[in-house]
Design a binder for this molecule. Structure first.
Ligand code: SF4
Length: 431
């Protein structure tokens, strides 16, 4: 979501003459687009600001100005605190107001104090954004934002606001424009992407995916992040019926213990999750699953953790995000009794990650010799090499002609490396 938001901020600023640079020291403006989901991510903002303050001061000595902005969810949650701890910051803006960046920049350029804009405007920002510019053959499209689920560990409902679905015509127009610029793969984004309803009766994510497939211009469709509660029959059926929908699903479960799932307010139990997995695999036997896990949630016992390990063994995941629980200010879980000691959280995380890594490695190994269609979306690090993603999101590299960049090609997997797969064109042995 932040990658998408950053790209849209660049779109908003382009008419003012701004273009992106990889070197902060060259920049007239630096925007830190921040994440508040974990404590570590929020703390990183302040250490990064310290580094940028030095750059800003060095530029000032040469007579030029660097505007410093903090955007995203840390800005939303801790805007006043940022300005108190880092008074050299010029602009603080939340995730719902970045369409107003040009006004904020103009205000900051006039000097006279920092600009703080962390409102939740009544008009959705999407109505004010310019046409999206494609960068490469794969693109994110935000279709849903915010969350009404209020999991007890999570800040998103407070930083991103209530659930909002963009209307289908706006989403389809954005995808049409991206496809016209060469985009072949679309990832639909939302904090609860499968809660998307287009704001209209009769629409759900499955129908939207069908409408995107019907455009005939997009070869691959993905969506993330899904909530098990919103995974309806139509969406499960879409995995069987829409060939453009990739056989990969990120479906967070967080814990395998009913007691902890209830304390997390996840709104589903272990069995409901397992039943969903079973139905999804019946619809699409080739489906690879990804998930999120938290270890050491308040009150998690050894028996609860054992339930998580058992669920992982039963389901089998190919890619995962796992973290030890970190209390986020303002969330109910931060105030719960029975906070789990750090060494216990860490030990459980290490055990869980060892199992998850084994599963990922086994899945990658099973891909050896398989043929799969890969979207080659980037040049590789070595001459003559292209990089892409398999249907299951594995990075794949191959020696291939440059004109294949931006196309989906059939490849045979020839080697499995720790973080990627190597491949050759399927006709390499015969031509
Ligand atoms: S559903 Fe996801 S975004 Fe919403 S509160 Fe729960 S963890 Fe946070």
């Amino acid at each position: 979501m932040n990658v998408y938001d950053s790209a849209r901020m660049a779109d908003v600023l382009a008419p003012l003459g701004y273009a992106s640079t990889d070197r902060a020291e060259d920049a007239d403006m630096v925007i830190l687009n921040t994440c508040h989901i974990r404590e570590k991510a929020a703390e990183k903002v302040f250490s990064e600001l310290g580094r940028l303050k030095t750059l800003q001061a060095a530029k000032a000595k040469t007579g030029s100005r660097m505007i410093l902005a903090v955007a995203g969810c840390v800005a939303q949650a801790e805007g006043e605190e940022i300005l108190r701890r880092a008074p050299f910051v010029d602009i603080v803006l939340g995730p719902q107001t970045y369409h107003r960046l040009p006004e904020m920049v103009a205000q900051a350029a006039r000097a006279g104090g920092a600009v703080l804009d962390t409102e939740f405007p009544a008009e959705p920002k999407f109505d004010f954004l310019p046409e999206a510019r494609a960068e490469g053959s794969s693109a994110f499209v935000s279709v849903q934002e915010g969350c009404d689920k209020f999991c007890t560990f999570c800040v998103v409902p407070y930083t991103r606001g209530a659930e909002y679905s963009r209307p289908a015509p706006a989403v389809l127009a954005e995808i049409g424009a991206l496809a016209a610029q060469g985009v072949r793969e679309i990832t639909l984004l939302g904090q609860n992407v499968n809660a998307w309803n287009g704001g209209e009766a009769g629409w759900g994510l499955a129908r939207l995916i069908g409408a995107i497939a019907d455009l005939g211009t997009v070869e691959r469709i993905r969506y993330t992040t899904s909530h098990p509660r919103d995974l309806d029959d139509q969406l499960i059926a879409a995995h069987a019926q829409i060939p453009q929908l990739m056989p990969f699903l990120h479906l967070p479960v967080q814990s395998g213990s009913d007691r902890i799932l209830q304390a997390m307010n996840r709104g589903h139990d272990r069995d409901a999750y397992l039943r969903l997995v079973e139905r999804l695999r019946r619809a699409q036997p080739d489906l690879a699953l990804s998930s999120d896990f938290i270890t050491g949630f308040p009150g998690e016992s050894d028996a609860d953790f054992a339930q998580t390990m058992a669920l992982v063994r039963q389901v089998g995941f190919v890619q995962t995000y796992s973290f030890k629980y970190s209390p986020r200010p303002g969330t109910p879980a931060a105030l719960m009794p029975d906070q789990v000691p750090e060494p216990v959280k860490e030990e459980r995380l290490a055990q869980l990650q060892a199992l998850l890594h084994q599963q990922t490695a086994a899945f990658n190994q099973a891909c050896l010799g398989r043929e799969m269609r890969v979207l080659l979306d980037r040049p590789g690090r070595h001459a003559g090499q292209l990089l892409g993603r398999s249907p299951y999101m594995q990075p794949v590299h191959v020696k291939a002609a440059a004109h294949l960049l931006g196309t989906v090609v059939p490849l045979r997997i020839t080697a499995v490396h720790p973080n990627s797969l190597a491949a050759e064109p399927v006709d390499a042995g015969t031509s």
